[in-house]
Design a protein around this ligand. Structure first.
Ligand code: ADP
Ligand code: MG
Length: 617
């Protein structure tokens, strides 16, 4: 007879712990979420040796009353919900009551906590789920958790951990996500005694992005602000210059919770169509908030997946608002003076006092420098929260800060004050001519623009064709005699599955029995491509893009058709022809990138040229 055993509580807890506590990063996530739920405004996370040996989380939140401590460490104990009715209106990050019991089952835990009302705090220790002590102790308001020797009693688990440095980087990721989703809380992260991150907690998301990702990202993102009756979407999307080769820069927070979602990612990427090259992924940081009752966060123990109602509407809205935002303002890639290196930094600054540059430049630099100082002073309330003796003074602002700021200001002038591609501006364009039989140089206002004739023409053909398809304006041209084609069974299936694409393009096709089709009409505007070849290409594309939507296949096809049909580089064009291209560019929705995301034009401001030639120092 096989004997069926009843597992001990200790074994049950260890098994359960496996779901919630996978590695040090999961411990940090759970404990910081608890601190956030306890209304902390400042949270310090300290780890040693990747968090495997030591994790400390200190918060200034509500604290836990001594009488509640033991209960908090039992399984399924929580102060955040009462019953299942509350599951659909969760405003806290936690609610499953599993973290403390799971963590304490697989490590040695020390807890120091004090509520505001209590005179004394409490110190509690529990190791491998077994209580060791509970004493009164003097400590500040709030809670400190110290987790030592993670997985000391589950060696099999411990073996799966990676190198300390890798585990530390996972912890860092978690802290970053938590900081980005809670810009009103000041986060401090220390690894092996070194401060790695400090956010001000001033509630300004852009400041957090700056503190976490640095200047290059913070100065190349566009804000998103959208709301309707059941949701709001706020945050930032990156310009194409800061795109990545993977999705690590795509971050979504739903009701304050960092989540992973392929669907949200794809919706955003679709919004970038025409702005990014293939295999490039955008910087996305969006906080999506739904009203109560719409989100179900109880999908997985780690709570990184959610389900929500109206998913299709959410998806299409995301694509639309991102695309609109990217198209909203001129996005001409600027050829920034790249030699702004340390050396020229020094020359620039020393020259300010020694040589005498044009007074305009000095005034401008000084004005900008004081602007930065004022900004930094304004944004450092955390100096009061912590006794960190950082005093910001003019000396703390590096020269490259100032130069970068000047350059960004300059580019903003180009972006916002002059619009290169408007009817008004067009009258003032001075077409200088063609170079290398490939690029066109145009002077306008205080900048020189260089247009890539192939990319520009390709974009025109692409938008024109896409518009026709969208508006059902593709015409059909009857052919006599019709073309009969034979397909393999697989291709025939693909054809039947994506039939509507062929109709959208203007094909008129009927079954001809067996594995043959008869093409009676071809697209009216073929961009000089062979109709039979095009048919086969579309079939190939459709099978290649099977996983994604038929829309993707159409876009991809039109893009490659446009690329083939567009005027190539190394091709002498007349002034009349280039004028025609520029005229047509004016009418496009997004004239600044070709369908593959490459820029169609770049600009050099007079200021940058001046800098290159050291006229402006
Ligand atoms: P959950 O977060 O799902 O409620 P946990 O096991 O993470 O479950 O925590 C159990 C309870 O312990 C919480 O509901 C909360 O009341 C209390 N608690 C945990 N951490 C803190 C903290 N840092 N500050 C105040 N209370 C805390
Ligand atoms: Mg919790």
């Amino acid at each position: 007879m096989t004997k069926i055993n009843i597992l001990s509580q200790e074994t049950i807890d260890k098994i359960a712990a496996g779901e919630v506590v996978e590695r040090p990063a999961s411990v940090v996530k759970e404990l910081v979420e608890n601190a956030i739920d306890a209304n902390a405004t400042a949270i310090t996370i300290e780890i040693k040796d990747g968090g495997i040996e030591y994790i400390r989380i200190t918060d200034n939140g509500t604290g836990i009353d001594k009488s509640q401590i033991k209960t908090a460490f039992l399984r399924h104990t929580t102060s955040k919900i009462n019953d299942s009715h509350d599951l659909f209106s969760i405003n806290s990050l936690g609610f499953r009551g599993e973290a403390l019991s799971s963590i304490s089952a697989v490590s040695k835990v020390e807890l120091l906590t004090k509520t505001r009302e209590a005179l004394l705090g409490a110190r509690y220790t529990i190791e491998g789920g077994i209580e060791k002590s509970l004493d009164d102790i003097g400590c500040p308001d709030g809670t400190t958790f110290i987790i030592r020797q993670l997985f000391y009693n589950t060696p099999a688990r411990k073996k799966f951990l990676k190198k300390d440095a890798t585990e530390a980087s996972y912890v860092f990721d978690v802290v970053e996500h938590l900081a980005l989703s809670h810009s009103d809380i000041s986060f401090r992260f220390i690894a092996n005694g070194k401060e790695r991150l400090m956010t001000s907690g001033n509630g300004v998301l852009l400041d957090n992005i700056y503190q976490i990702y640095g200047r290059q990202i913070a100065t190349n993102i566009l804000d998103i602000n959208y709301s309707c009756d059941f949701m709001s979407i706020n945050g930032y999307v990156g310009k194409s210059v800061i795109a990545r080769g993977n999705r690590s820069f795509e971050q979504f927070f739903v009701n304050g919770r960092y989540i992973k979602s392929d669907r949200l990612s794809r919706a955003c990427e679709e919004g970038y169509y025409g702005f990014l090259m293939g295999h490039q992924y955008p910087f996305i940081l969006l906080n999506i908030r739904f009203t109560d009752g719409i989100v179900d966060v109880n999908v997985h123990p780690t709570k990184q997946e959610v389900r929500f109602d109206n998913e299709d509407i959410v998806i299409s809205t995301l694509t639309k608002i991102i695309n609109e935002r990217l198209t909203r303002r001129e996005d001409i890639l600027e050829a920034v003076v790249d030699e702004v290196d340390k050396q020229s930094d020094n020359i620039l600054i020393s020259n300010i006092s020694e040589k005498t540059p044009e007074p305009f430049e000095i005034n401008k630099l000084n004005r900008i420098k004081s602007e930065i100082v004022a900004q930094i002073h304004k944004d450092t309330p955390y100096e009061k929260k912590y006794d960190r003796s950082v005093v910001m003074s003019d000396e703390n602002i590096s020269t490259s800060d100032v130069i970068n700021h000047v350059l960004t200001k300059e580019s903003e002038i180009v972006y916002e004050q002059t619009s290169f591609l408007t009817e008004e501006a067009r009258k003032k364009h001075k077409v200088i001519g063609q170079v290398f039989d490939t690029y066109w140089i145009i002077e306008h206002d205080d900048a020189m623009y260089i247009i890539d004739q192939h990319a520009a023409h390709e974009k025109i053909l692409f938008e024109r064709t896409m518009k026709r398809i969208k508006n059902n304006e593709m015409t059909t041209q009857g052919i006599c005699p019709p073309i009969v084609i034979s397909l393999s069974p697989t291709d025939l299936n693909v054809y039947h599955e994506y039939k509507n694409i062929f109709t959208d393009f203007g094909y008129e096709i009927e079954d001809f029995g067996g594995n043959e089709l008869i093409i009676k009409g071809i697209p009216g505007n073929m961009l000089n491509l062979d109709p039979e070849n095009l048919f086969h290409e579309i079939v190939d594309d459709c099978s290649k893009y099977k996983a994604s939507s038929s829309y993707d296949a159409i876009v991809e096809k039109v893009a490659s058709m446009s690329c083939k049909a567009a005027v190539k580089g190394n091709n002498r064009l007349s002034l009349g022809e280039i004028n025609e291209i520029i005229d047509e560019l004016l009418t496009l929705e997004n004239p600044y990138h070709c369908p593959h995301g490459r820029p169609t034009m770049i600009s050099f401001s007079e200021y940058e040229l001046g800098k290159k030639f050291k006229r402006i120092i």
